[in-house]
Design a protein around this ligand. Sequence first.
Ligand SMILES: C[S@@+](CC[C@H](N)C(=O)[O-])C[C@H]1O[C@@H](n2cnc3c(N)ncnc32)[C@H](O)[C@@H]1O
Length: 402
Amino acid sequence: MDAGIQDLPEFWRAAPRRWGHSLHSLCSYFAMFPPQLAHFFIDWLTQPGDAVYDPFAGRGTVCLEAALQGRLGYGSDANPMAVVLTQAKIHVPSRRALFARLSKLESGYASSTVSANDVPDTIAMLYSEQTLKQLNWLRNELDRARDVDCFLIATILGMLHANHNKSGPQGFSISMPNTFAMAPGYVARYIDEHRLQAPEVDVFAMLRTRLARLDLPAVKLEAGRSWAHDATASPPPWLIRRRPKLIFTSPPYLQVIKYGKYNWVRLWFLGETSAAVDQKLMASASLQRYIEFMTSVSANLRRIVAEDGYACLVIGDVRRGDEDLNLAQAVWDGVLREQGWYLHGIIADEIPQDRKVSRIWKHNSGRATKVDRMLLLSPNEQRLPDVVPPSWGRSTFADIRK
Ligand SMILES: C[S@@+](CC[C@H](N)C(=O)[O-])C[C@H]1O[C@@H](n2cnc3c(N)ncnc32)[C@H](O)[C@@H]1O
């Protein structure tokens, strides 16, 4: 084990509270990690121009941090929502292009005959008639294969449900948690019992306000790639050739997190279904199945990572009965050691968790994961570079280091 490695959390804990680029909060996502963590490791272990890969990209935190530091961010995930959110972080259209597209969409909407007759009742109950028509029209019109549209889709996903506060609606729907959507039947009863009225909001006007508050680039940014991929499947040949210098990722934990089930509203907008999404994702409470899963994931990562590169896996402890299981250690003992990885160390970090979110995992009974652990690995034995404390200045697209 490398000396001093246990002190590393001091570096990212030194970041100012709420540090991070405005794009990180484009849309919430389960089990996301703080951007300062990715920022620190990318700054420390890679150089401008290097490739950084996250095989469980989630909302694209690693890819955005890579792009902001002049690296290339490659992110894959088996969840189509994650693919869209990640794409929006690394193919960022210019401010001008986004506003121009929004104006065009708005005039297209104004001159169209629109109906929301084909929208399921469970969706219709969340929005006013006008908002629903606008959303349904945008849903059919936007094409996620185009970068400008993909960015608008990601922005809309982040506003489809939101808590209302004193300043009014923060999103398009009746007031709901902004992180996840409760079951449709529960929401329907809640609306009924509390006589909730959907807000009369104009989707185009709200999008314009949201975009105006984001730090967007003056010229479009293309700094990597996002694609749909099951991390247990063979990696694409182009990625093997690309040899990322750093793989930085947080695999699904040994917990049954239903990314699809709790995102049914967002998945409707994407034309996907919760059941189909959850079927694609790893969600098991069996340690044996998890170890098998990580065995094929890690074998794939070894084929990709640069010979002089690093892999950092963030794996939190999980509650099993009355005890915490050190899952990172279990993955080292049961998978990585045998595959010949060199272990620099397992860094323990207390990461504050959102207790509100953790409460919905019944078996977790309101208890947030206490310790996250980072397995810092290399394909071969090698020295780690010296640590230079990163600067925690405001990161913007204007000062991307090439
Ligand atoms: C812990 S989350 C990663 C969150 C990410 N670090 C962030 O900050 O947004 C785990 C991710 O693994 C994805 N996932 C689950 N099973 C997968 C599989 N078999 N292949 C690829 N991705 C998978 C989920 O969709 C989820 O996005």
